[in-house]
Design a protein around this ligand. Structure first.
Ligand SMILES: [Zn+2]
Length: 226
């Protein structure tokens, strides 16, 4: 916030009046995982790309068609990951290994065995590094915030796990587990018959051209995700 204040006082005043719990993942106490929420909405946006402006019936059809396709593709991916003997999804595996490699360069000082706490100093690389982070394994937290944000022990947490002889792999959130992933995408959809077999709706759709939106030159703001 101090950095924003230096850049623009008006912007600072705007952000300052907003509840910080809603503004930043670092202030929400871990209740809402910002990354997951964003990914979920981006995922839906990605699947329905280009469908926002279609008539209702076409929108429903394309939503079903693309969702069925998406589930089939993810189910195939899930099977491949299982065949590769992976414990978690590709994303989690990649992040876990990358942080494991980074942990080698950290220096750890143990503090409390009860809290399994320690300070971790990162190695200076170019002009970065030489930071000190505080890890409390018993609380599943690191001051860098990444563990809480991603649900995967960060490089600092991994270093401390090693010092206390604890398995960092056992602390990866279970929603990355391949069994959970495959369980999600193993569900199936029922094919839909032609319109002649649908139940009669108890209302009539009326086309009213007067309520069509007026198009303006330039990029439409409603199409930011399409
Ligand atoms: Zn950390």
């Amino acid at each position: 916030m101090e950095e924003i204040k230096k850049q623009d006082v008006k912007a600072f005043a705007y952000f300052d009046q907003i509840n910080k719990e809603k503004l930043a993942a670092s202030h929400d106490g871990g209740w809402r995982c910002g990354i997951l929420t964003t990914n979920m909405s981006e995922c839906i946006n990605g699947v329905l790309k280009g469908a926002h402006r279609l008539p209702v019936s076409a929108l429903v059809e394309i939503t079903l068609e693309r969702t069925v396709h998406y589930f089939r593709v993810q189910a195939i991916k899930g099977k491949k990951m299982l065949q590769n003997n992976q414990l978690w999804t590709d994303f989690a595996c990649k992040m876990f290994i990358s942080w494991q490699q980074k942990a080698v360069e950290h220096t750890v000082t143990k503090y409390s065995h009860a809290q399994q706490s320690a300070s971790v100093v990162t190695r200076r690389q170019n002009r970065h590094g030489m930071n000190t982070h505080v890890v409390k394994i018993a609380n599943r937290e690191c001051s860098c915030g990444k563990w809480n944000q991603f649900g995967i022990p960060c490089s600092h947490a991994k270093k401390v796990c090693g010092a206390y002889n604890i398995s960092a792999a056992s602390m990866v959130k279970d929603y990355y587990d391949l069994m959970a992933y495959n369980n999600t995408y193993s569900k199936h959809f029922e094919p839909v018959q032609s319109e002649d077999y649908w139940d009669d709706p108890n209302f009539q759709l009326v086309h009213d051209p007067t309520i069509r939106t007026v198009t303006r030159p330039g990029r439409n703001q409603n199409n930011t995700h399409s």
